[in-house]
Design a protein around this ligand. Structure first.
Ligand code: XMP
Length: 543
């Protein structure tokens, strides 16, 4: 039995990750819903960006040596008690600073300007008139559409600053002090409603901060491999491969970095989609020649799920059993190594496909609900329970960057662009008890949904599309026979991050085809419904 032992992960927090060969932009998070969007925009310009807490000190920033600093917006008013503050020494570091919205007000307030309290937010589209040549608006003409979302606004300029643009409602929509490399915007250049916003960000990065375009997937992969090698040395690493995008890309990257020191464990919990186990074994075992331990634990899981109908109990049973199966599989790997008398027996490291949005420290002061981690989705607390240090090679990446990395590492499209699939698998799509027969019905229906979505080119355009088996039987007629059979619900949603979702207005012909195939081909189903609820108040999965 592997004894529980807590060892803090040695991997550096995001702020400590050193990429000295890169231009780096630090984004101080004051709680804006757009902070991550700013980080993405910067990275789209091939410049490395990192989100840090807004209370980072000037000394710490100096140590990190960024080429530039962006202050995000935020919901607070600079006058509010407890409003997030900034170390004012940051403004005299000589590093260029771009303040956006709340970031602008904070900058102005600290440097002797005046901010006018406004109980009403100015929200929506506006037109910016550019008054004076400035590096920020280089090449952008005399006016442009912009997006506003601010309460307070600037009433008097801080010393040394000039106005470079105004709007109908504000004389100080953009200001600068080029001597001290300080720039500020009242509007949001990062959102898509400011159509030329990207060019403003590019101007800041390249004309003001003189960044190099050196954040490319190729350079990331090389450096990530090097970091992994340094972290694990000649020790061995185990990774729980689910077949999802994140764990698959993590596996491919680690394999490139350390080859046979990596062993992946793939657990078949009996709740997988049709052919899933075979696909994962084919892609990773055969194509990539990754050491893959396949554990067929389906019977164990299905036995434990007998008679369980409560959704939370289902999830707990599955999560708990997953940890036990995983522990056992690791012990078997160990025993095998001992038997073979291999050197460096023992798996000190557990690799996970954790992504950047999961590790960004929230602004904390005031809290930023957008960056809360969906803890209930992480299966079973493996690292806390087991004797492992964590290896998380993707923790600097956003999801679309992970996909790019996957393609560059040679993973096929069917893995890199696949839809999310919940850890507890089909169990949370079978309402009521999970039995082999009900699994068979759902699996058959799901296969039809996936194949029709792919055939019509809709599979990759939506967030998720799947079948749900309801605990409802209804009357139908087939040939001359009366039937009394099951109901399948179709769930097809679009979403950015799974936190909110809307149902997709699918063409009727595709819905008709899916429905007709399911009732004709899946034994035990005589009715198909389409779920037209949004999240919130519904959720994407039914359990
Ligand atoms: P809900 O149902 O909460 O789902 O609206 C939001 C997104 O998360 C996925 N999901 C899970 N993913 N383990 C996972 O890895 C889980 O237990 C789990 N539950 C839901 C769901 O498919 C959707 O994309």
């Amino acid at each position: 039995m592997i004894r529980p032992r807590v060892r803090p992960p040695p991997f550096p927090t995001p702020t400590d990750v050193k990429t000295p060969s890169h231009s780096r932009i630090l984004i101080l998070d004051f709680g804006s819903q757009y902070t991550q969007v700013i980080a993405r925009r910067v990275r789209e310009c091939q410049v490395f960006s990192e989100i840090v807490r807004c209370d980072i000190t000037a000394a710490e920033i100096e140590r990190l040596a960024p080429k530039g600093i962006i202050l995000s917006g935020g919901p607070a008013s600079v006058y509010e008690k407890g409003a997030p503050q900034i170390d004012p020494d940051i403004f005299s570091l000589g590093t260029p600073v771009l303040g956006i919205c709340y970031g602008m007000q904070l900058m102005a307030r600290h440097l002797g300007g005046e901010v006018e309290f406004s109980p009403q937010r100015e929200y929506g589209a506006g037109v910016l008139h550019i008054d004076k040549g400035t590096p920020l608006f280089d090449g952008l003409g005399e006016q442009m559409d912009i997006w506003n979302s601010h309460g307070d606004k600037l009433a008097a300029l801080p010393d040394g600053f000039h106005v470079v643009a105004h709007t109908e409602n504000s004389a100080f929509a953009a200001i600068e002090d080029t001597e001290r490399h300080l720039y500020a915007l009242q509007f949001h250049p990062e959102v898509s409603h400011t159509p030329h916003g990207n060019e403003i960000i590019e101007n800041f990065l390249f004309r003001v901060c003189h960044c190099a375009m050196d954040w490319t997937m190729g350079s990331f992969i090389d450096e990530a491999c090097e970091r992994v090698r340094q972290q694990v040395g000649d020790q061995k690493v185990v990774l729980g491969l689910s077949g999802g995008v994140d764990s698959s890309v993590a596996a491919a990257l680690l394999h490139k970095a350390i080859g046979d020191q990596l062993t992946c464990i793939f657990v078949n919990n009996g709740l997988l989609r049709e052919n899933e186990a075979e696909t994962v074994q084919r892609i990773f075992g055969e194509n990539f020649q990754i050491k893959l331990k396949y554990v067929d634990a389906s019977e164990r899981f299905l036995r434990l799920l007998e008679g369980v109908t409560d959704p939370e109990t289902k999830r707990k049973v599955i999560g708990g059993e997953f940890v036990r199966v995983f522990e056992q599989a690791t012990e078997e790997l160990l025993a095998q190594d001992h038997a073979d008398e291999r050197p460096h027996a023992g798996y000190r490291f557990l690799a996970q496909g954790t992504l950047y949005p999961d590790v960004i420290e929230s602004v904390a002061i005031g809290g930023n609900p957008a960056s809360l981690i969906k803890s209930h989705h992480n299966v079973g607390g493996l690292p806390e329970k087991m004797n492992f240090e964590l290896v998380e090679p993707l923790r600097e990446l956003f999801k679309d960057e992970v996909r790019q990395a996957g393609l560059q590492l040679g993973l096929p499209n069917e893995i890199v662009h696949r839809q999310p699939f919940p850890g507890p698998g089909l169990a949370v799509r079978i309402l009521g008890e999970v039995t082999p027969e009900r699994l068979r019905i759902l699996r058959d229906a799901d296969t039809i949904v996936v194949s029709e979505m792919k055939a019509s080119d809709w599979y990759y355009r939506v967030w998720q599309s799947f079948a749900v088996l309801l605990p409802v039987r209804s009357v139908g007629v087939m040939g001359d026979q009366r039937t009394y059979e099951n109901t399948i619900a179709l769930r097809i949603v679009e979403s950015q991050d799974g936190m909110t979702a809307d149902w997709v207005r699918m063409p009727y012909e595709i819905l008709a085809r899916i429905s007709s195939r399911i009732v004709n081909e899946v034994k035990g189903v005589n009715r198909v419904c389409f779920d037209i609820s949004t999240k919130p108040p519904s959720t994407i999965e039914w359990e």
